[in-house]
Design a protein around this ligand. Structure first.
Ligand SMILES: Cc1cc2nc3c(=O)[nH]c(=O)nc-3n(C[C@H](O)[C@H](O)[C@H](O)COP(=O)(O)OP(=O)(O)OC[C@H]3O[C@@H](n4cnc5c(N)ncnc54)[C@H](O)[C@@H]3O)c2cc1C
Length: 248
């Protein structure tokens, strides 16, 4: 963000948001910052208090405990979305991601079951994507420290390159990190940072991890190539190869 010309100020106390009818600035540590817009990025937590007060049991994450049919532990009460837990496909543990992707799918499952059908939710990897100006940032599965916390012994493969063939006009830097289990090579996670075109590569990893592919499988997968889109070896291949047995 600093490289993009953004002044990043961390670790200071916001004393006041100023302005009468509309925001004009923010006071921090005795200094006024002019502002047209103030965004409060405060994180999120499940809104499960109403359910708890009504006697619906919560899970270990603080969200509503559900089974794979989105049934709570109270008969004929279903829960879906941000307020409900979901099973993490890699750890097998309850997780609580606040994502529209998860909310839509769990909502669909709950709706089918409420309507008399039979649907089950297969779990989450925690696939996310965002951008800051042109810089795309994406992740799926487990970061190395999360994998270690979950008891996995991991290999981390890192690769730096460009979003398109390096000589292509407009090629921008991209970095990918792949995380795989040391024993057996199963992919467990990936993180990507880079220019336009970098972020959605995370879906390749998400698909591979979802289907329990190894790093070596992904390193040889037949991905598309032409210079405006990637190198012949996409950085996805290279990061996966470096997390695989040939490199360890
Ligand atoms: C700024 C922002 C950007 C986001 N961007 C993304 C993104 O890019 N990708 C992504 O995957 N996810 C994103 N999300 C997350 C996504 O929006 C949520 O995960 C999703 O909307 C959750 O759906 P939900 O139905 O569980 O809850 P909500 O969408 O929050 O719906 C809950 C509804 O319940 C209502 N409600 C609450 N209490 C009561 C009550 N007591 N009685 C009646 N009604 C009540 C609320 O008013 C609300 O309408 C973003 C969220 C925010 C805030």
């Amino acid at each position: 963000m600093r490289a993009l010309g953004i002044e990043v100020i961390c670790g200071v106390r916001i004393e006041r948001i100023c302005g009468l009818d509309r925001v004009e600035g923010v006071d921090i540590d005795g200094r006024r910052l002019d502002a047209d817009l103030v965004v409060l990025g405060l994180g999120s937590r499940p809104e499960s208090e109403l359910a708890a007060a009504a006697g619906v049991p919560l899970g270990e994450t603080g969200a509503i405990a559900v089974d794979d049919h989105q049934r709570t532990r109270i008969d004929a009460v279903w829960s879906a979305g941000d307020c409900a837990e979901a099973t993490h496909r890699l750890t097998g543990r309850p997780a609580n991601f606040h994502l529209g992707t998860v909310a839509n799918k769990t909502g669909r499952v709950a709706g089918i079951n409420l309507g008399g059908g039979d649907a089950s939710f297969p779990g989450v990897l925690g696939t996310v994507i965002t951008k800051v100006c042109d810089l795309e940032i994406a992740a799926t599965g487990l970061r190395p420290e999360e994998a270690a916390d979950a008891g996995f012994d991991v290999v981390v493969g890192e690769a730096e390159g460009t979003t398109t063939a390096g000589y292509w006009p407009g090629a921008t830097p991209m970095r990918i990190r792949a995380v795989a289990e040391r024993d057996g090579g199963r992919l467990l996670g990936a993180q990507i940072v880079g220019g336009p075109g970098a972020g959605k590569r995370i879906d390749v990893f998400a698909t591979a991890i979802w289907n329990r592919m190894t790093a070596d499988d992904l390193a040889w997968t037949d991905l598309a190539y032409a210079p405006p889109f990637s190198g012949v070896w996409d950085l996805v291949h290279i990061a996966a190869r470096r997390a695989g047995p040939a490199e360890t």
